[in-house]
Every structure is written in structure tokens, then in C-alpha cells.
Design a protein around this ligand. Structure first.
Ligand code: ADP
Ligand code: MG
Length: 445
């Protein structure tokens, strides 16, 4: 059997034994890309995946693999999706030979295609694209992408390398973090191999260096980098760097280095606005193989604002939680995750009174009636909707809700909440009112 058939049969076994969420969240996005040393090589999007699978599904996965082919012992991960274009470029060998997924240390997941553009980053993206098209050939050398944490600097830098290689597979792209550069340099000093060290970096056609602020205060490393920089720059090779600040404002870097940086182009990335955040979330959900309700996406986008890594983290956490608890992704689950992530700011701002007021405005049943005793249908329904929303948005206890709504006991409240839950599925009216109210109430938080 070849690895594709093996994976098909593993997948069938897993479908039988694992819940659907687990399959959707974890196994759909996975791809078998070969067999090596008796292990199936599985390609996954990120490190988190590896850890999650290992800690939750290892047993099931190994069993399924062995039952598909008893010469196999288990699995191994490879991070980073090899893009189709890349496969077609011929750099990655398909079939049984193990592809060199980590060639150049470029993270294949980071492309221009999956980098969502907005007014916050379009200049940076265009500059990076142009560099990838014509490395070393225009004035954008060095290109410095700077800005706050989690705003896509590393993504853009890797995308530049990936795109350049797709265009010209012969290019030597060297990508390194400034910490790694420092470490390599220190090691080369220890082992008397500074010449090899220099060679490794100076033979690059494109050198990508991440987070140069870490060169701060490291005089000898800066010295070494200065020479590397000059050699490459003079030879017309492209350099791309990222930094947390505009180079002119960076402290602890030698002035001659900073003045070299000025000769190129510095572009910034800013926090995304609401629409861009929504677009990013949609993209990330798709990448993770799930479709989330627009409501959920919007809710996350309203609460997590300044860091795209956090947006992504929220999506992964939502998936993880749903999978772990074996629960559908509903509003309560999403609220829990967001609350955890932003430190419990959610529920403090809203009160039962406000919920009742909103329901009253929406339904035209008076607030007094909502908390009163009347059993008239429309009144009772407005009351039940209010209870439902109190429970869902604020997580108020059943007896707490009962107390507020005219001293009813907790079984009445439970009945009310269940009944709205059911009607939510069967009645368009209820569905619409709950959805609208929920949205209006949570938007202001
Ligand atoms: P930085 O290097 O600026 O700290 P990263 O490049 O590591 O940030 O980005 C953090 C995460 O957010 C990455 O997973 C990246 O893919 C994602 N990301 C950032 N900006 C965007 C964007 N515009 N579109 C899609 N994903 C993005
Ligand atoms: Mg980074």
C-alpha cells in the first residue's frame, strides 16, 4: 500500500472512533505526505497541532495506523503546509521520498495569499511583494518591516522568501532570527569556525533576519552582522529585516548599522481595524478546517483588537475547547474562551436590568411586565427570552435569575431556558430576536 491508501484507511478507522468535532478540527486539516522509517509522516499546520494530537489522540491514531498496515509503528509530524504552487515548482518531491519541508527554514505556511491586506499593512505587503519579485534589484534594500507584536512582520518576511523561491527555485534564501544569528556566531567563536559562519550567511541571495532589536547591546555580533550586511549589500543581494521599532528609534544598535538601514526602505505594520480582523478570522478558521458562524467571528473581532496572534490563538482555543469538551461551538463556549483570554472583562459591564430593558424595547412588552406575573403569551415569551439571555451572556445562576424575575424557582427558569433553546431551532421569530438581541447586548461590551 502506498501512504495515501494507508492514510485513507487510517482516516476511516478514526471516523468510526472519534467525535465529529475532533475529525473536523484535527484530522481533516492533516495530510499524509509519506512514510519514513516505519512511520507515517503527517503534515500539520502548526506546533500546537502536534501537541494536541499527541496528548489527546495518540492512542487512537497509532492503533489506526497499525491496523492499516502492521509493518508501521506510528507517526511523525512535519509542520507547515506545502503549497500547491510549491509542489508544482518541483522543489518538493512527492510520493514516497520524504519531502524537504524545512528547506531554508522558511515557514511554508506564510504566504502573501493568506496574508490579509488592510490599510494597516498594505504598504508593507506591497513592498515585500516587490522585493520577492525583484530581490536586490530595487531601492528597497534593506527592506525593514517594523511594528508591534503579533502584527504580521514574521509572516510577511517568510512570505517574501517563499514567493521569491517559487519564482526562482535556484535562489539561496537564508532565514534566521537575530537570536539564532547571535547564537551561531558565539558558537563559531567557541569552535574557531568564524569563517564558516561568515560563509554561511554571505552566500545568501536573500537574507531574512527576524527581530533585529535583539542585537541590542551585543557589540561583537553587531560587528559581525555589519560585515555580513555590507558584503551582501555590495553584491546586490537582498536583505529583509524585521524590528519592533522604526530603525531611527532603536536604542542599543550601533549608529553605523542604523545609518546603513536608512539607505533602504522601512515600512510599518499597524493593528488591524475591525473589518480586517474579521477577514483574518475567517481566513484562520478556514485554514484550521472549520467554519464558524459569522456571529462568533464578529464577537471575537470585537474583543480582541491589538494582536493578530491573539486572534488566531482565540480560534485555536475555541476549536480545542469544543473538541476537548466534545461540545458544539456555541455562544457560551466562545464567550468563555474570550473571557479567559482577555481576563474576565466581559460580564462586568452588563446587568440583568439592561438585558430586560433591551428585550422590552425589542418586544414592546414593558419592563414591568417582563419581571411580573402575567402568563399572556407574548409577555411570557419576552420573559423567557430575557432569562435565556441572562443565562447565556452573564452566566447568572438559575436561582439568581428566578429571584430577579418575580421570585420564580430554578426549575421554572430552567424550563424557560430550555423552551427558548428548542424554539430557537423551530421558530424563525425566536431565532431572529435572540440573535439580534444577543448581538446588540454583546456589542457594547
Ligand atoms: P509578528 O512577527 O509581527 O510578531 P507574526 O508574523 O508572527 O507577527 O504574526 C502572528 C500571527 O498572525 C501569525 O500566525 C500570522 O500568520 C498571523 N497574521 C498576522 N498578520 C496577518 C494578516 N494580515 N493576515 C493573516 N494572518 C496574519
Ligand atoms: Mg515575529
Amino acid at each position: 500500500m502506498n501512504y495515501k491508501d494507508i492514510w485513507k484507511s487510517v482516516f476511516c478507522v478514526l471516523v468510526e472512533s472519534l467525535p465529529k468535532h475532533a475529525m473536523d478540527a484535527w484530522f481533516e486539516p492533516m495530510k499524509a505526505i509519506g512514510v519514513t522509517d516505519g512511520e507515517v509522516l503527517l503534515e500539520v499546520p502548526n506546533q500546537f497541532f502536534c501537541e494536541w494530537i499527541d496528548s489527546h489522540y495518540k492512542k487512537e491514531l497509532v492503533t489506526a495506523i497499525r491496523s492499516a498496515d502492521d509493518t508501521l509503528t506510528g507517526y511523525r509530524f512535519s509542520i507547515g503546509a506545502v503549497s500547491k504552487e510549491f509542489e508544482e515548482s518541483g522543489l518538493v518531491q512527492k510520493q514516497t521520498k520524504v519531502p524537504q519541508v524545512h528547506q531554508n527554514n522558511l515557514n511554508r505556511q506564510y504566504s502573501f495569499e493568506n496574508f490579509i491586506e488592510g490599510s494597516n499593512n498594505e504598504f508593507a505587503k506591497n513592498a515585500a511583494r516587490s522585493v520577492a519579485e525583484h530581490p536586490g534589484e530595487n531601492n528597497f534594500n534593506p527592506l525593514i518591516i517594523y511594528g508591534g507584536v503579533g502584527l504580521g512582520k514574521t509572516h510577511l518576511m517568510h512570505a517574501t522568501g517563499n514567493a521569491a523561491i517559487i519564482k526562482n527555485p535556484n535562489l539561496k534564501v537564508v532565514v534566521v532570527t537575530s537570536e539564532k544569528f547571535t547564537l551561531d556566531f558565539v558558537n563559531s567563536l567557541r569552535k574557531n569556525k568564524t569563517i564558516e559562519f561568515a560563509q554561511q550567511y554571505r552566500s545568501a541571495d536573500i537574507l531574512l533576519i527576524d527581530d533585529i532589536q535583539f542585537f541590542r547591546g551585543k557589540e561583537q555580533t553587531q560587528e559581525q552582522f555589519f560585515h555580513t550586511f555590507n558584503v551582501l549589500h555590495q553584491a546586490g543581494k537582498q536583505i529583509v529585516m524585521t524590528a519592533d521599532k522604526y530603525p531611527g528609534e532603536m536604542k542599543g544598535l550601533q549608529t553605523r548599522l542604523l545609518s546603513r538601514f536608512q539607505s533602504g526602505l522601512s515600512v510599518d505594520v499597524q493593528p488591524p481595524n475591525f473589518e480586517v480582523r474579521v477577514a483574518i478570522l475567517l481566513e484562520k478558521a478556514e485554514q484550521n478546517g472549520v467554519s464558524l458562524d459569522y456571529d462568533v467571528i464578529e464577537f471575537v473581532a470585537r474583543h480582541i483588537k491589538n494582536n493578530i496572534r491573539d486572534l488566531e490563538g482565540a480560534i485555536i482555543r475555541i476549536l480545542a475547547k469544543s473538541s476537548l469538551l466534545n461540545k458544539e461551538i456555541d455562544h457560551a463556549l466562545v464567550r468563555d474562551v474570550i473571557r479567559e483570554r482577555i481576563g474576565g472583562q466581559l460580564k462586568t459591564d452588563i446587568t440583568i436590568e439592561e438585558i430586560v430593558k433591551k428585550v422590552s424595547e425589542y418586544s414592546t412588552v414593558s419592563e414591568k411586565d417582563i419581571v411580573g406575573k402575567s402568563r399572556k403569551m407574548e409577555i411570557a415569551e419576552a420573559r423567557q427570552v430575557s432569562m435565556f439571555l441572562c443565562r447565556e451572556i452573564m452566566g447568572t445562576s438559575l436561582s439568581g435569575i428566578g429571584l430577579f424575575f418575580g421570585g420564580r424557582d430554578h426549575t421554572t427558569v430552567m424550563h424557560a431556558i430550555k423552551s427558548i433553546g428548542k424554539k430557537f431551532e423551530s421558530s424563525n421569530n425566536i431565532k431572529k430576536s435572540v440573535t439580534t438581541l444577543r448581538k446588540e447586548l454583546t456589542q457594547s461590551l
